[in-house]
Design a protein around this ligand. Structure first.
Ligand SMILES: [Zn+2]
Length: 280
């Protein structure tokens, strides 16, 4: 990825964001996930996109099918064909239409009931399939969350969708923490509360205002490196401490023994009504 960006910048003077947009355009026609090999990310050309194949895909081989089903146990409810008379099917953890592959790591045994429940749940989010596809190829939860927010081009994204995309492949208990950690990479993300049309519940929505290119290696490692113990977060904490004094100045009239009039209390400026609540 880094080499492609560097080449495009050198040869054509393109910003990394322009190159990233080209990759997104290519994904309309090609299945092109980002994969991590050792410390680095690569784009891997897997073939034509589903739409290009006219929606017809070849089914997985019977050998692969047997390998996936060998545990003879539903990966979700744990029921078995012999003990509970369920029928097991091969499920794509990340659905094919959302950019999932036929790699064994993306396949699992599910009973028919769990499979249909999962399908119904994911169908709620199918109208975001284009955006999900852009995010689903990223191997790290930080990356999936960030790519999803970017794919909405500054529009609000419901947290329920972020949870689904962060958890593609493996459930992420602390996806909200992963989202907040993007601030260590100088991202700016804001949030607000509003009704989620998918669930009917009041939900938190997020919107990216500033995003940065991903680090060359693992995002998690970079977050740890630039996280709470480093200088930039120290500065952030110092600023908040300055903006919100917990003790009144000695000379303030409200301070016992203090007496000078007209010294304003320094307080954190409050946001005007209706303004978005800033996360970072
Ligand atoms: Zn099941």
């Amino acid at each position: 990825m880094v080499e492609i960006r560097a080449y495009m910048a050198e040869e054509f003077g393109e910003a990394p964001s322009q190159t990233d947009r080209r990759v997104r355009d290519m994904r309309r026609h090609f299945h092109l996930p980002a994969v991590q090999v050792g410390k680095y990310y690569y784009y891997k050309l897997m073939g034509r996109a589903e739409a290009e194949k006219g929606g017809v895909r070849k089914s997985i081989s019977s050998r692969l099918r047997a390998e996936v089903l060998q545990s003879q146990r539903c990966a979700q409810c744990g029921r078995t064909p012999s003990g509970h008379h369920v029928v097991l099917v091969v499920d794509h953890k990340v659905p094919w239409s959302w950019g999932g592959t036929d790699d064994i790591g993306n396949l699992q045994p599910l009973c028919e009931e769990c499979n249909s429940g999962k399908r119904d749940f994911y169908a709620t989010y199918d109208r975001y399939a284009d955006q999900i596809r852009e995010a689903s190829g990223h191997p790290e939860p930080h990356g999936r969350i960030g790519e999803l927010l970017k794919s909405f081009s500054g529009e609000w994204v419901p947290s329920s969708l972020i949870e689904v995309v962060a958890s593609l492949g493996q459930y992420q208990n602390d996806w909200q923490r992963r989202l907040r950690e993007l601030r260590f990479l100088d991202w700016k993300i804001i949030s607000k509360r509003k009704k989620d049309p998918d669930t009917g519940r009041i939900n938190v929505w997020y919107r990216v205002e500033v995003w940065k290119p991903w680090p060359e290696g693992s995002i998690r490692a970079e977050v740890t490196r630039r996280g709470p113990s480093n200088k930039s977060s120290q500065r952030w904490e110092d600023e908040s401490a300055e903006a919100l004094p917990f003790t009144l100045p000695a000379e303030h009239p409200l301070t016992p023994g203090g007496g000078r009039e007209g010294v304003p209390i320094k307080r954190r400026p409050s946001l005007p009504d209706g303004q978005d609540e800033a996360l970072f």
